[in-house]
Design a protein around this ligand. Sequence first.
Ligand code: MN3
Length: 256
Amino acid sequence: MPTDPTPNGLDRRAALAALGLAGAGLAAASAFAQQPETDATSPQGFFGWDPTKGEYVLPALPYAYDALEPHIDAETMRIHHDKHHAGYVAGLNKAVAELAKIRAGTGDASLIKHWSRELAFHGGGHFNHCWFWLTMLPPKLGGGEPPTGALAEGINRDFGSFDAFKKQFVAAANAVEGSGWGWLVYDRMSRHLLVQQMEKQQNMLLTGCIPLVCCDVWEHAYYLKYQNKRSDYINAFFNVINWKRVGPIYQSQHES
Ligand code: MN3
């Protein structure tokens, strides 16, 4: 799994604030409190790993299955989270276990390539989905409200305007060949915001970029409701983006 891309030094309250939940309602925040907490400074840290089991775990959604309606339907969310994301978690734990057997001399060493690929694929899938659930917020809690402050300034600086950014993001995500993701990331090297495509579960953290917003464009993310109209789904996704979570992450990276 990638290293923690989130700001260092966040305590639990700040982490919840970064998630956009501290002021958004105790019900939502309590969903996080039920998660295994391994690293309060890392949203994905206390979200997807259980230290008592020593395993990756499927985090509960931080909102109800139907909370993103009508933009993303409850049935899609249920299958996506309970089946697809759970499959990545299982695949990741399986790959970790098989690689341990190979190291111990009890596994089939000829399968090192297979299990290493499985580790990368399912590890990317687990991280991407953890981030995806946190990228979204029910509209009644502020999902879809446009970014403000430093992030809004950064988007204007690097894309010209929010509308120009949105147009590029929708087009780029819509044009992903086959299965993949659209991402808004912050490139610390150039100190610019970038829109990137990701194929399958490839993880852009390896390029050194800081993840901000991700949109899953695998067909399982939208096909029940939108069928082949992927761009309609991506436009609807903008109605549930949790910019309140993204803003502090961007700001801490850009100002450090
Ligand atoms: Mn997915």
